[in-house]
Design a protein around this ligand. Sequence first.
Ligand code: ADP
Ligand code: MG
Length: 312
Amino acid sequence: KPQAASQPSANSADRFQLLERMGDGAFSVVYKAYDRQLQSHVAIKVARKFQMKSSQRSSIYKEVSIMRSLHHDNVVSLLDFRESNDYFYLIMDLVPGGELFNRIVELTYFSEPLARHVILQVAEAIRYLHNERGVVHRDIKPENILFDPIAYIPDPTFVSSSSNRGKKDEGIFIEGVGGGGIGRVRLADFGLSKVVWNEPTLTPCGTVGYTAPEIVNDQKYSTGVDMWALGCVLYTMLCGFPPFYDEDVQILTQKVACGYYTFLSPWWDPISDSAKDLISHLLTVSPRDRYSIDEFLAHPWCQARLSTDMEG
Ligand code: ADP
Ligand code: MG
């Protein structure tokens, strides 16, 4: 259990000026807020304790303890955690662009360079979680992928002249590629996440020792759920609809179980074979054969970023 709030928590309500609702869940509401103590805008996930089962309370503590251990540019960071008699407060960095989901709806679908710009950042977050923290997110989807709408801002000190011909103005912030208005991408919502390394294997290169193969294998497979989800997100970005869909939940479940999806014409006709090849290695039923995050990042479609960034 994480440390309890260090100050009397009855003041929590005075500390925050709630500004607007940004998202709803079954037991929590996320607000944009002004934090008078931190003197900045933040996002607060407020969870009402009333009628919460003890298992739901402990899952909040789990979410907090996992988020506390995470420090990465592409992962939403937890700034503080408070609890009052009636509420839990998770105070997070505000990610002002909102959900990737809404951006897909607005643009219908993403160009390959824009999809690459986004998915590589999600993949960097996953690489950090899987390889450095032993954490499986387990709820990767466009609603839980948030972004900063940082437009390309040219470096004011950069002077184009004959002496630096051919050099590129690198700008100050992350460049939004492909006109999507998406700069930095950050993974949110660790409510379902899980630490899959047990204590003795907490170091990635540590000896497995006396651990049985099925345990080792299970740890390896459980990271696979994020890779499957990553494939679903990439698919959806490129064409605007998800790989698996049916109004009937039973049929949908069957399609997922046997990995039945297609690159539907005409939507997929202009999309590169390389992108399709990458997706097919993620939407692979057997987790044994599915790409790991390292295999994903090594694929030519991901490696093509340097050449295409120059064009777009
Ligand atoms: P839930 O478990 O209810 O899905 P989330 O943590 O996913 O909770 O938050 C719900 C929604 O609130 C997100 O999908 C997003 O729209 C918004 N949200 C969450 N965290 C942030 C944040 N740090 N900055 C901006 N919006 C956020
Ligand atoms: Mg969510």
